[in-house]
Design a protein around this ligand. Structure first.
Ligand code: NZQ
Ligand code: ZN
Length: 392
């Protein structure tokens, strides 16, 4: 196990009806807030009106900015920064999914940043300050309700970059599983693929002596795979959504990756797909992950055998370790398929013409300075291209 610092300050307020307390919960933090929302689901479900009623009851003033789209855009972030500065906003409340929360985080640091906030995504330089962010989560998926990360799309440059800082960890996140009832089945599936990937990116490692976090990772994965089909069968299954929601937070608040070298190859490869083709992040991951596993598993076959046995339940007499791993991967593909997720780039509407361009952008080779991605196996652009080709 490697040295680490674990810091996950977000207060998670979990359970039925907790969003109706949002005014009271935010009162210690701010008198005036930005209420940031997405494309309309929160208004349609009535959540927006309940939130504003609670804010008004607690005497919290708010200005609103809606219209965040999946793969949140830099242009709206710029608008939000100006609005917050003009209005003297003290906290940003994101009501929505990862896209709304990530947009809120970008605005939160942009308020104090001297220059275009995109520079921070491009250079990775450390920020010193951000407005506090709070969230009411409406989809378990990105884990942004507790992470210090934000992922933004620069639509002009067709780039999608992530940035992380402890200053961006939300101070408070409300998670009411009932808010997930209105999700379309496709978003349940995308969310599950993303949450599983957040665990995979930490689980698959060459670091030794990681029994505790191995076990935590495996439990989160099994919990997701057990409860996702239940929620799919009954989109109002509170207990299934409760498991999925909490698992999503545990998957990405940092805990299950402590003391291990992490991977993040699939996430880097997926961001290229979303940047150009605007595909759902989870759907892109569902396509890439099994292909990545096939490409890299021989670099640490023991880890993939462990996954096949402990997570995918592979038992019985297989002729060798390769066969066990391949059965584990086949079962993962089957699970994704049963959830209604795509199995190839072509199913995502992605042709072959820009694969090399995406591979070179992914590792930075396109910009003249290559930084291979992936912790378990270093992937250069040729490797990324080979994986894209495996799943095309
Ligand atoms: O915009 P509205 O109308 O609200 O509709 C959204 C959106 O179309 C809809 N939705 C959300 N909650 C709903 C609902 N529809 C009905 N009922 C509800 N309760 O779902 C759609 C997808 O929303 P989005 O916020 O995009 O989903 P998700 O949470 O999967 O976020 C994806 C984004 O998060 C980034 C991804 O790259 C992607 O841009 N990520 C952020 C991370 C982080 N900050 O730590 C880590 C992740 O790896 C990920 O990269
Ligand atoms: Zn993700």
């Amino acid at each position: 196990m490697n040295n680490f610092t674990f810091y996950a300050p977000a207060r998670i307020v979990f359970g039925k009806g907790q969003e109706d307390r949002i005014g009271e919960l935010l009162k210690p933090y701010a008198k005036k807030i930005l209420l940031h929302t997405g494309g309309g689901s929160v208004k349609k479900s009535g959540l927006y009106d309940r939130v504003t009623a609670s804010l008004e009851k607690s005497g919290i003033e708010y200005v609103a900015l809606s219209g965040v789209r999946p793969n949140p855009r830099l242009s709206l972030v710029h608008e939000g920064i100006e609005l917050c500065k003009r209005e003297g906003v003290e906290l940003i409340l994101a009501v929505g999914g990862g896209s709304v929360i990530d947009s809120a985080k970008a605005i939160a640091m942009g308020v104090y940043y001297d220059g275009d906030i995109w520079e921070v995504y491009e250079t990775g330089k450390a920020i010193e300050k951000a407005l506090p962010v709070a969230t009411i989560l409406t989809i378990p998926a990105a884990g942004s309700e507790s992470s210090g990360d934000t992922v933004i799309t620069n639509e002009e440059k067709q780039l999608k970059y992530g940035y992380g800082s402890d200053h961006l960890r939300p101070v408070l996140s409300v998670m009411d599983p009932e808010l997930f009832f209105t999700l379309p089945e496709s978003q349940l599936a995308n969310g599950v693929a993303d949450m599983m990937s957040h665990v995979f990116e930490r689980y698959f490692t060459n670091t030794k002596n990681t029994d505790l976090t191995d076990g935590l990772c495996e439990t989160v994965l099994r919990t997701l795979m057990k409860n996702a089909p239940k929620a799919k069968a009954n989109m109002q299954d509170y207990d299934a959504w409760a498991e999925l929601g909490f698992a999503g937070t545990v998957a990405h608040n940092g805990l299950v990756g402590m003391g291990r070298v992490q991977d993040w190859g699939c996430h880097n490869m997926e961001h290229e797909l979303s940047a150009i083709y605007d595909v759902a992040h989870g759907a892109g991951l569902a396509v890439l992950t099994p292909g990545w596993m096939e490409y890299v598993y021989r670099d640490n076959i023991g880890m993939f055998v462990q996954f096949a046995v402990n997570v995918m339940g592979v038992r019985g007499s297989y002729r060798d370790e390769d066969a066990i791993v391949m059965e584990g991967i086949a079962r993962l593909r089957k699970f994704f398929r049963e959830m209604g997720l795509p199995g190839s780039l072509s199913e995502l509407g992605i042709g072959e013409d820009r694969l090399e361009e995406m591979a070179k952008k992914c590792t930075g080779a396109a910009f003249g300075e290559e930084h291979p991605v992936g912790g378990l196996k270093k992937l250069y652009w040729q490797d990324v291209l080979a994986i894209y080709n495996l799943v095309k």
